[in-house]
Design a protein around this ligand. Structure first.
Ligand code: ATP
Ligand code: MG
Length: 555
């Protein structure tokens, strides 16, 4: 293969399969989400893996909704999942639903009953659990284990026909109640649930268990490499058992370690709690580790794909530092975004020797990293907004921004010399005073001066305003799920800070939802989905540097 990194273990397996002519050299993967929530970054890496392998080996990848549990699934989730996968840059070869296989799975079950390999059990869920045994003790046979094939066939049909209430009967595989692997001790295949299903409606009142449905679905689609996360490793013998007993297409399961990220939680159940209890504004809240949240926050899809490639796949559970993801985000935004000026915490600067009523229009370079990035007009006048922190009346040594007597370049404009400041009745600095050097115009500077500091600014009469949402990590500890107490106790109270009225340069008022920019010296920002021409809203995607890494070094 063309790229230089070494093969990961799945690629090694696939290349060996191809070399040995297994599956006629065919590679067919699938991504099988349960439509019970929005996709998160963990799913995104699984998508990159499954679709990426298919692409690399000229194979195919199916999207299969694993919708065997009628209770938690909703069409809204199906739509969001499809949207997220496309946004990540992938297109599935087939769109399937496990529920499409309900009849086929039922027929397979009948076949197993006929082979004496499945039976209807009257034990309750609790009784079944109590007779499972343990890792050191065998389980015990259900008194219903030796029902005749005829009776099982008739009871299973009655289950399907709705003759029993929820929980009254189950269908179990007849394997071995003393098997060293507890999952092989007569696992459940079907349970009764009188529930409406988002696709099959009320047609079925028995639903297959994951372990029974998944492998058979893979086999029906002739999936060659069924990749799942590590917690299913002990399910593999059962996955193989069903396929072997049925003599159907031999799909194979491979496991890799779940990918977790620091400073967040990743289980859909927990994310749902954050949404339902309104700790966040919704699934696509920019602080959420969901694909939709990251998109809204301004993460480029390329950055997520690069992140997934960079972390690779592991055989052991690990937690990836979120700064790795942020690094990928910065790298892409650095290459692709325009540098614009916005003043978040303003104080007025007056250029005392610049004539009142006069204005200059500067052509500012959009992106020094992109030779084709072009320029944009930026108006300049006697009064400018600058950041309050860029002026100090009594500066420490090596302060290269504005202080009485200092010279500084105003980005894309002139060099100014700081002459002092005015204060209000409370002694707060109300205006910074400067004089400018007309011969120091950017691009045509004949002043001969060299300045150590450059600051950004926005012309007061030309400024527009925007709401800016400064986001930080949603949790204040690395692994909230592993702390004492409830994960919600560790929510970062400062994960959002809204600046209602930030000054922005006028060109920026054209930003459309989803547009990404760098606010010079302040970070990367993205116009929010709720942003309109009348009310502009920007989300902080990521800071320019990793502020948290510095924090850690300091402490
Ligand atoms: P959750 O526990 O967050 O609800 P799940 O595994 O139940 O996740 P599914 O919809 O069943 O969610 O997952 C679809 C696919 O995504 C599965 O193949 C699963 O292995 C994979 N996946 C889910 N979470 C992660 C993760 N953190 N890292 C890598 N892959 C993941
Ligand atoms: Mg799952």
């Amino acid at each position: 293969m063309s790229d230089e990194r070494s093969l990961n273990f799945l690629e090694e397996i696939i290349e060996q399969d191809i070399a040995e002519g297994n599956n006629n050299g065919r590679v067919h993967t699938r991504f099988p989400p349960e439509p019970n929530g929005y996709l998160h970054i963990g799913h995104a890496t699984s998508i990159c893996l499954n679709f990426g392998l298919a692409k690399r080996y000229n194979g195919k990848c199916n999207l299969r909704f694993d919708d065997t549990n009628p209770v938690t699934e909703e069409t809204e989730y199906v739509e969001s999942i499809k949207n997220d996968i496309k946004w990540l840059g992938f297109q599935w070869d087939n769109e399937f639903y496990a529920s499409d296989y309900f009849q086929k799975l039922y027929d397979f079950a009948v076949e197993l009953i006929k082979k004496g390999l499945a039976y209807v059990d009257d034990l309750s869920a609790e009784e079944i659990a109590a007779t499972k045994g343990s890792t050191v003790a065998p389980g015990s046979d259900s008194p219903f284990r030796n029902r005749s094939i005829e009776e099982n066939l008739q009871l299973f049909e009655a289950m399907r026909d709705g003759k029993y209430r929820d929980g009254e009967k189950t269908l179990r595989a007849k394997i071995d109640m003393a098997h060293p692997n507890l999952l092989m001790r007569d696992p459940l295949m079907y349970r009764i649930k009188h529930e409406h299903h988002h696709r099959t409606g009320d047609k079925w009142c028995i639903y297959p268990m994951y372990d029974y449905a998944h492998g058979q679905s893979d086999s029906i689609e002739e999936i060659t490499h069924s990749i799942c996360t590590l917690e299913f490793i002990h399910h593999r013998p059962l996955y193989n058992w069903f396929i072997e007993q049925l003599g159907i297409f031999p799909s194979h399961q491979y496991e890799f370690a779940r990918r977790n990220l620091t400073y967040t939680v990743m289980s859909k159940r927990k994310l749902l709690q954050l949404v339902n209890e309104q700790h966040v504004a919704g699934w696509d809240d920019p602080r959420m580790p969901t694909v939709s949240g990251m998109r809204r926050r301004g993460y480029p899809a390329e950055a997520i794909r690069q992140f997934s490639d960079t972390i690779g796949i592991a055989k052991r559970e690990n937690i990836v530092d979120i700064s790795m993801l942020e690094f990928c985000v910065r790298e892409h935004l650095n290459k692709t975004t325009n540098r614009v000026m916005a003043v978040l915490d303003p104080v007025k600067l007056i250029i005392t020797n610049y004539p009142e009523g006069q204005e200059d229009i500067f052509e500012a370079e959009n992106n020094p990293e992109d030779p084709n990035g072009g320029t944009r007009p930026v108006p300049f006048s006697r009064e400018l907004w600058i950041e309050r922190e860029d002026f100090l009346e009594n500066p420490p040594k090596k302060f290269f921004r504005l202080a009485p007597g200092n010279i500084v370049r105003l980005k894309s404009a002139y060099i100014v010399k700081c002459e002092g400041c005015n204060k209000d009745a409370h002694g707060n600095i109300s205006e910074v005073l400067c004089t400018y050097l007309p011969e120091s115009k950017s691009g045509n500077d004949t002043s001969g001066l060299s300045v150590k500091g450059t600051i950004h600014w926005v012309s007061v009469p030309h400024a527009r305003t925007a709401e800016v949402r400064m986001y930080d990590r949603l949790f204040r500890v690395e692994d909230p799920s592993n702390e004492e107490g409830n994960f919600k106790d560790y929510i970062n109270p400062d994960s959002i800070n809204i600046l209602p009225s930030v000054y922005i340069e006028p060109e920026l008022a054209k930003a459309k939802p989803g547009d990404k920019v760098q606010f010079m010296r302040k970070g990367y920002f993205c116009a929010d989905t709720e942003s309109t021409a009348g009310k502009l809203i920007f989300n902080r995607t990521v800071t320019l540097k990793d502020a948290w890494a510095k924090e850690v070094r300091k402490s």
